[in-house]
Design a protein around this ligand. Structure first.
Ligand SMILES: Cc1ncc(COP(=O)(O)O)c(C=O)c1O
Length: 389
């Protein structure tokens, strides 16, 4: 059998994606001396005005994908910044109304650490626990609400397991209680349809580099931005309605808009492709007879699958695979530390299974040959490791 694969086989799309070729092409028109490189705030000359127009067109394109008002989009450096801006920005500006926030222990560190920082400043935070599948129950959220609750922050798709929360139901609940609702959609945007005209989400964070745009760009959507009190994280030139000072990165912004537009156009195709690859992967790995699936396949995006192999330590496996296959043992942001996944631990996964967990994630450019190769390589590596036990 001949395989057409690019080495190392990249199966870490949840950490970051390559930039789509059409996106790279668009980006190049905003960089050099013959391009629209001017500062979009330099509106005294035509080159600046063209850059400003490019940014506004991008904002409109993004709003079209999300079915929201373009003026409610604020560009940031990514989802980390968007999460910080949403959580701290709302908390600082509205603390006279209450100082309580509800979130979940399975959130990304950008949310958890923003909440921890607020706790140091006298805010109180309820960290809800998931069930064994990763679900945060609506009843638990409702019970946690107090007259002091300002904000609920729950992610749409978990970055380690792919689990999809029932965001629409949480949004309805928050709206009925008059509490702001923030969604970290870093792993969901461009993979699930998000219609902000139908779902009463107040704040939504998106990251470009999870959806085939470059790293270093993202946005925060703020419903009725003009009427929402939000304290900016830093001060400067007043860009982005004063909410995010700093020269706008035109090339990143147009690239982000192009990538999100492509992802929205290809939503079903990308989803079906990921499902085919996940089915192939899991069927192939089942023959190891040691496969344990940590993701809840019914309620997860198919592009992320979290698995363990009985008695096999993830670090041992990954070291042996590192030159051939790019996969990770926990979320990329915390994999420098030896700590096992706090997400899986919260779902009740313990012991060897916890320490053995690996996340395999694929995307638009992954092929059935990539998966075939990964199955083969993982299977032989596991066999070799089992012989050492
Ligand atoms: C769920 C989630 N939130 C936030 C982030 C941070 O996004 P960014 O890299 O754009 O700051 C990530 C990326 O790892 C993520 O997966």
């Amino acid at each position: 059998m001949t395989m057409d694969v690019r080495f190392p086989v990249y199966l870490d799309y949840a950490a970051t994606t390559p930039i789509a070729p059409q996106v790279i092409e668009v980006m190049t028109h905003y960089l050099g001396i013959n391009d629209i490189f001017a500062n979009p705030s330099s509106t005294q000359h035509s080159l600046g005005l063209q850059a400003e127009q490019a940014v506004e067109n991008a904002r409109t394109d993004i709003a079209r994908c999300l079915n929201c008002n373009a003026k409610d989009i604020v560009f940031t450096s990514g989802a980390t910044e968007a999460n910080n801006l949403a959580i701290k920005g709302i908390a600082y500006a509205n603390q006279h109304k209450g100082k309580h926030i509800i979130t979940a222990v399975t959130e990304h560190k950008a949310v958890l650490d923003s909440c921890k920082a607020l706790e140091q400043e006298g805010f109180s935070v309820t960290y809800l626990r998931p069930d064994s599948k990763g679900k945060i129950s609506l009843e638990d959220i409702e019970q946690a609400i107090t007259p002091q609750t300002l904000l609920i922050s729950i992610m749409q798709v978990n970055n380690e397991t792919g689990y999809i929360q029932d965001i629409a139901a949480i949004a309805e609940l928050a709206q009925s209680k008059n509490i702001l609702f923030h969604v970290d959609a870093a792993q969901a945007a461009g993979k699930l349809s998000i219609d902000l005209s139908q779902t009463p989400i107040d704040l939504l964070s998106i990251s470009g580099h999870k959806l085939y745009a470059p790293k270093g760009i993202g946005c925060l959507y703020i419903r009725n931005r003009k009427n929402v009190s939000l304290k900016p994280l830093f001060n400067g030139g007043g860009q982005e309605y004063g909410l995010r000072a700093g020269t706008l990165a035109t090339h990143q912004i147009v690239a982000f808009a192009k990538a999100l537009t492509l992802a929205c156009e290809n939503l079903q195709q990308d989803y079906d492709h990921a499902l085919t690859l996940r089915n192939q992967l899991l069927a192939g790995l089942a023959s190891t007879n040691t496969l344990l699936i940590n993701s809840d396949l019914e309620n997860s995006l198919p592009n992320i699958v979290n698995i363990s192999f009985k008695d096999i330590d993830a670090d041992m496996l990954l070291v042996r695979l590192q030159d051939d296959i790019a996969i990770s043992s926990a979320s990329a942001c915390s994999s420098g530390a030896i700590e096992p996944s706090y997400v899986l631990r919260a779902m009740g996964i313990e012991g060897d299974r916890l320490y053995g967990a690996v996340r395999i994630s694929f995307g638009r450019f992954s092929t059935t040959d990539d998966i075939e190769y990964a199955i083969d390589k993982i299977t032989t590596t596991i066999k070799a490791l089992r012989e050492l036990l």
